[in-house]
Ligand binder design. Structure first.
Ligand code: VGL
Ligand code: ZN
Length: 198
């Protein structure tokens, strides 16, 4: 895939709590970092925008066990666990989207209750390249909304990892994204036109 104007990279929820050692750790979650950094470098080298989403819950969010939800407490706004992992090389000017900030609402899609669509429109986005966590929740639901909204969507299959609450949730999510029109690519398949030496 040759990167061009109108392409936007979305790095989904690369936050401490979703990585090994965090409160809702995704097995091998840290494996997304290197391929995402490859993608970030490709986008940045072409002056193309990068969006980073983050799960950003109030401390009594309805998705937490104490409120009858299905998850351990995670990604509480401003906490260490909610911060992006330092190994992710977010560029200057990265657009940060905080989601699921409302106590009473679960929101896996980064479009839900955020201004992501408006931001993408103002960036002139047509094609979205997406990776991050988790394949079977935030990535899946963000991809579905992006497709519904008319974006062409490319999923970085080497830069996603699943929670797999049921075995194969990640595989099922991948198949569903493909069925809906998303294209699976690998980070090394992002190519750029190099500037010619003067
Ligand atoms: C997510 C589980 C709980 C996600 C968020 O962003 O994928 N998963 N909260
Ligand atoms: Zn969450």
């Amino acid at each position: 895939m040759l990167l061009k104007k109108g392409d936007v990279l979305i790095a989904t929820d690369v936050q401490h709590d979703f990585l090994p050692g965090g409160s809702l750790p995704i097995t091998n979650g840290d494996r997304v970092i290197t391929p995402l950094n490859t993608a970030i470098r490709g986008f940045s080298s072409q002056g193309l925008p990068v969006v980073a989403t983050r799960d950003w819950h109030p401390q009594n969010h309805s998705s937490f066990f104490a409120q009858g939800g299905r998850w351990p407490p995670h990604c509480v706004a401003e906490s260490f666990g909610a911060h992006f992992d330092e190994r992710l090389e977010l560029p200057e000017g990265v657009v940060v989207i905080s989601k699921a900030t409302d106590r009473d609402k679960e929101a896996y899609s980064a479009f839900e209750g955020t201004d992501l669509n408006a931001q993408l429109r103002s960036l002139g986005a047509h094609r979205i390249v997406i990776g991050g966590l988790a394949t079977d929740y935030c990535v899946l639901n963000t991809v579905k909304d992006a497709l519904r909204l008319g974006y062409k969507v490319y999923v970085l299959e080497d830069a996603i990892e699943a929670i797999n609450a049921r075995p194969d949730d990640g595989l099922r999510a991948l198949r569903e994204m493909e069925r809906l029109g998303a294209v699976l690519i690998r980070s090394r398949d992002l190519s750029v036109v190099k500037e010619e030496a003067a």
